[in-house]
Design a protein around this ligand. Structure first.
Ligand code: ADP
Length: 397
């Protein structure tokens, strides 16, 4: 079965054609600057990536058309015709409380996704444009929506409610939703396979540490808490996002610098996090280099990040009454042994013993704790596209 996975943003679109049974990726790539000057990247399996600039892509329709043309191209294509695409899986950021699982897209589902637009105004409308563009070009191919929020719909009310007047939940749906669900689901399933135990028997702390970062407490395969909230701004400090801060800071800074709420949120989303704190970069490689050269703010940003991750690990062990394993994934989690070591340092009291030699690894599945460690520490590269393809194949069958 060949599944086309689409992750549509407002001016970009990532795609992958893969077979979820064999896990073979036939081709993947990226359409960028849609509506501007169209850049197209296409990488067929086993061949060099092809990059084209100034590709006419006034809308997502032309971008999808470019993807389909490349996939069936006589020279660099990987399939004979579009009929060999059995289904399309779309990443959708917000499913609100309506979607606790992936779903086959119908007119009713489209309407329900549109109703979630106010909850993710930057992301959901772009995801919907991607779905509509595919439907226009492949009207008889089944389409599936896979939501970033769905995996966290199992959280208990005590975890997802904010201590705000109840009416804001009832009338306005203000609650914790959580994101990165597809990633947390994938790596926790892989963790169970690596540990050779049924996921129902495991308490797992999944640390998705990338440009955007979140942690999830996954008990028996179900998310019971997560660090992102109503929006992806909450929880850990990230590349440029502040994470949890005192809401009173907003009033103080807005008054002092005559900022409106949009300017304030721009600071919190785009100028904060490790970049804001370090005054160096949002990229952990730059922080590490700068810290090694004696830049104190870069060192502080790294420490602050690792400290907050550690606090969530402790909190989620408390929430679940223990942990069998801690998982590191995404750009920082998969590649940065320094951050992993900083997070695990001092957690020996709860049975976490990182092994320095095993931790000296990047980007592949590995147990990085000592054999005597009561709580296993695992490095698991995430694969959201594969997870989307697996869900899509199951629903399209
Ligand atoms: P996104 O949230 O955009 O999907 P990723 O999960 O791809 O982000 O993570 C990107 C981040 O991973 C980079 O900004 C960088 O901080 C970090 N990263 C990537 N490679 C390394 C590395 N070798 N060492 C440390 N950090 C790395």
């Amino acid at each position: 079965m060949n599944i086309l996975v689409i992750n549509a943003g407002s001016s970009s679109l990532k795609y992958q054609l893969l077979n979820p049974e064999t896990q073979q990726v036939l081709a993947k790539g990226l359409c960028e600057r849609i509506g501007i000057d169209g850049k197209f990247t296409y990488k067929p399996e086993g061949k060099e990536a092809i990059k084209e600039a100034d590709v006419a892509m006034p809308t997502h329709n032309e971008a999808i058309k470019a993807v389909l043309d490349a996939l069936v191209d006589s020279k660099n294509g990987v399939i004979g015709s579009m009929k060999e695409i059995d289904a399309v899986g779309h990443r959708v950021v917000h499913g609100g409380e309506k979607f606790a699982k992936s779903v086959l897209i119908t007119n009713e589902v489209m309407a329900a996704i549109e109703e979630c637009n106010p909850l993710a105004p930057l992301h959901n409308p772009a995801n919907i444009i991607g779905i509509k563009a595919c439907q226009a070009l492949m009207p008889s191919t089944p389409m599936v929506a896979v939501f970033d929020t769905a995996f966290h719909q199992t959280m208990p009310a005590a975890a997802y409610m904010y201590a705000l007047p109840y009416e804001y939940y009832e009338n306005d749906k203000v609650r914790r939703y959580g994101f990165h669900g597809t990633s947390h689901k994938y790596v926790t399933q892989r963790a169970a396979a690596m540990l050779g135990k049924p996921i129902e028997e495991l308490k797992l702390i999944s640390c998705h540490l990338g440009n955007g970062s979140s942690i999830a407490a996954v008990d028996g395969g179900k998310s019971v808490d997560t660090s992102m909230g109503f929006t992806p701004l909450a929880g850990l400090p990230m590349g440029t996002r502040c994470g949890d801060i005192d809401a009173g800071i907003l009033q103080y800074l807005m008054n002092k610098y005559s900022m409106d709420i949009n300017q304030m949120l721009n600071v919190l989303n785009k100028k904060s996090g490790v970049e804001g704190l370090s005054c160096v970069s949002s990229d952990f490689r730059d922080l590490e280099n700068a810290a090694a050269e004696g830049n104190e703010k870069a060192g502080l940003a790294q420490k602050k990040f690792a400290y907050e991750v550690k606090k969530f690990v402790g909190a989620y062990a408390a929430a679940m009454g223990g942990a069998d394993a801690i998982i590191f994934t995404a750009g920082v989690g998969e590649n940065d042994k320094v951050v992993r070591a900083m997070v695990c340092e001092g957690l020996e009291y709860m049975g976490v013993e990182l092994d320095a030699t095993s931790n000296d690894v990047r980007g592949k599945e590995a147990v990085i704790s000592a054999s005597s460690s009561k709580v296993k520490v695992l490095l698991i590269p995430t694969n959201e596209e594969l997870m989307i393809a697996i869900d899509t194949a199951a629903l399209a069958k």
